[in-house]
Design a protein. Structure first.
Length: 466
């Protein structure tokens, strides 16, 4: 089997995808060529002012029908061709298409006047298309054969070895038997063909290699991300070990295994125990989200969204009260449909949005978390009357490491990575998230922000099975 895959095409899937698309492009162009030839036959005498002989008309009609037939077969057959380097693959299909097309073109070239027909420019056009797909050695070989065959036809017609078919009414004088004209056109044709191959194949090869480099760079970035997440899990796990030990020792002391405690000391130890437990829970959250990024860890279970809301209320209420912010949770649903998803990840995503709202709302501000029903979705909106997001930046807000330009003015801390993870989690649940600013709670100086999460309800058969 002729090996056509270039050595630099290490990322085969991206390479094959490009070849398959170009093969389909060739097939579509060929249908256009059939339409053009049919129009040429019908319009030549009535609209274009020239006339084909009966032999020419029959020959062009047969060629057009042949192109339609083999193009239809190629269209159907391409679906069954596998992209495997050592077997018959899309590159072989490209080569077959070019061979068939050049065969058809040479017949058309001969029956429409040879060197007198403008159709010979289609050879150059087709060679440019072939240069985008086939490797240099193959396309140069094909180009050489085409130039020699072109010269063979025009010189055989010049020496009257094969008949010349003139298009009546197209030219006032015959040029096929003018030696200077024939040599000039042949020379220019050959030069144009090889220059076209050289330029097009070189550019195509360079673009393919650039694409390969980009894919390899992306793979290296993904590998680096995996290593980073592994490092985070390892480091955080090491931090967790001494914290767990501290928490255990505090509990031993609080349980008075080491003797009675002074009341004030006991109160401080209780606070320390609570804080150490919070630190352990935070570390567990970091480990879980790192595993989600690292292993695509996703636990699908049946859950009640109101339970998530209750957890968030308990978690954020103290922080909201500290800033004298009114934090309201409203459940406006008529039916309490259960969701299928990862409770931890959903809680983390919505908690991030509520936490951001508290961070970016001034004292005595307002935050509303609303649950509503739609026909196919459960909708969660988190709205506030905080600093808002500039309209021109709302499309970028879910990009990793992006921070709105008005945040720095407010002197808020943050790395800008939360919302990208939130979007990833919501999409993992086959949902969607959008942002709107100003929000429905906007005030004069505070436009506010409203995040809308749509989570699909389980299908009826899934609910029944549960």
């Amino acid at each position: 089997m002729l090996r056509l895959v270039p050595s630099w095409a290490s990322q085969y899937e991206a390479f094959w995808d490009a070849i398959r698309k170009r093969n389909m492009w060739f097939i579509k162009l060929r249908y256009g060529a059939v339409l053009m030839l049919t129009t040429l036959i019908l319009a030549s005498e009535f609209f274009l002012g020239f006339k084909f002989t009966e032999t020419q008309t029959i020959a062009i009609a047969v060629i057009t029908l042949s192109i339609l037939i083999y193009n239809s077969l190629l269209h159907v057959g391409k679906k069954h061709i596998k992209s495997i380097a050592g077997q018959f693959n899309p590159l072989h299909l490209s080569l077959i298409q070019i061979i068939l097309d050049f065969s058809s073109l040479f017949l058309l070239f001969h029956f429409t006047g040879g060197i007198e027909t403008p159709l010979y420019m289609l050879f150059v056009f087709h060679m440019i298309i072939g240069s985008l797909v086939l490797p240099g050695s193959i396309i140069y070989t094909v180009g050489t054969i085409v130039v020699l065959a072109f010269g063979g036809i025009v010189f055989l017609e010049y020496y009257h070895i094969i008949p010349h078919y003139t298009i009546q009414g197209f030219l006032n004088t015959q040029l096929y038997d003018d030696f200077n004209y024939v040599v000039s056109i042949f020379t220019i044709f050959g030069f144009t063909m090889f220059i076209s191959i050289y330029l097009t194949n070189g550019i195509a090869r360079q673009l393919y290699r650039m694409e390969q480099d980009l894919i390899e760079s992306l793979d290296r970035l993904n590998t680096a991300e995996i290593e980073k997440q592994k490092y985070i899990v390892g480091v955080v796990h090491e931090i967790k070990t001494p914290l767990t030990a501290v928490h255990s020792y505090l509990n031993l002391i609080l349980q008075k295994f080491l003797g009675p405690l002074d009341k004030k000391v006991e109160e401080r130890l209780i606070r320390a125990s609570v804080r150490s437990k919070e630190a352990i829970n935070l570390i567990n959250d970091v480990i879980k989200i790192s595993r989600f990024k690292l292993f695509d860890h996703f636990v699908k279970e049946e859950l009640q969204i109101e339970e998530v809301m209750n957890e968030l209320s308990n978690k954020h209420l103290v922080n909201a009260e500290t800033k004298k912010i009114k934090l309201v949770f409203n459940d406006n649903r008529k039916t309490h449909t259960k969701l299928m998803g990862d409770k931890f990840l959903l809680t983390l995503a919505i908690s991030n949005l509520v936490g951001n709202a508290i961070k970016y709302v001034d004292k005595k501000g307002l935050i509303e978390v609303n649950l509503t029903d739609e026909e196919k979705d459960i909708v969660i909106t988190i709205c506030d009357n905080g600093i808002g997001i500039p309209e021109h930046e709302q499309g970028k807000i879910f990009k990793e490491f992006f921070r709105s330009s008005n945040i720095s003015k407010e002197n808020h801390e943050g790395a800008g990575i939360g919302l990208s993870i939130v979007k990833e989690i919501i999409e993992k649940h086959e949902g969607s998230i959008s942002v709107e600013s100003p929000s429905m709670l906007a005030s004069k100086n505070r436009p506010g922000t409203c995040f809308k999460i749509q989570l699909p309800k389980p299908k009826i058969n899934q609910q029944t099975s549960k």
